[in-house]
Design a protein around this ligand. Sequence first.
Ligand code: ADP
Ligand code: MG
Ligand code: MG
Length: 256
Amino acid sequence: MSTLEIRDLQVSVKLPEGELKPILAGVNLTVKAGETHAIMGPNGSGKSTLAYSIAGHPKYEVTGGTVTLDGQDVLSMSVDERARAGLFLAMQYPVEVPGVSVANFLRTAKTAVDGEAPKLRTWAAELRTAMERLHMDPAFAQRNVNEGFSGGEKKRHEIVQLELLKPKVAVLDETDSGLDIDALRVVSEGVNRVRATGETGLLLITHYTRILRYIQPDFVHVFVAGRIVEEGGPELAEKLEAEGYERYLAGAGPAT
Ligand code: ADP
Ligand code: MG
Ligand code: MG
């Protein structure tokens, strides 16, 4: 069983002038395969910074702490190595990949993660099935990655990747943002299928409790001013829905 362990993680963002602005102030979190965790917090609290740091985004500098996957040091790995080690990050703002079709992108990603190309015949069927389950038009496979994708198409594309790549741990940053209710349901069903395999640890990062009506987390972590300030079960999400983040912010200094 795979385990992602984050210990006392401190991260600064690199500002254009070269200065470092501290964002993460000591994050502790353990995500095991088969577990679903929700990180919930107000805007600007550093949730995306946590996701990008795990993914190895060059704009974020780790100034302290550790991240390991099954005991392996994630922070010393390149972005590609992290993906091969079994980490998956769905970006809050996915980038366009001009001239690369969805079909080619997914096959390349699968090849990189598995270390060998998927068998052509079974792969075509697997891709088709994965897309059908997310109610995606087969023609979508020939579109260029993220070029002119609607919010819902981007999210479905993320979940297709998730289902095909079968990562050990997946970090989904604001997967619910910009989705209408039908798309939210389809995307949530995809996440729940991955969850049901019991082989992937899921870290859902969200500002709103909306998605948690469709995906019941095992653990909820409240994230404020760069750290986890409260932890509990699904009932904590309901409390946040009712009370908001106000109570936590009062003790956290001015919101950034
Ligand atoms: P969240 O995802 O919780 O909304 P973020 O991680 O996006 O929070 O941002 C946390 C803080 O770090 C915010 O104050 C934000 O303005 C700042 N920040 C994040 N990325 C950058 C950046 N590239 N340049 C400057 N400030 C940044
Ligand atoms: Mg934000
Ligand atoms: Mg964010």
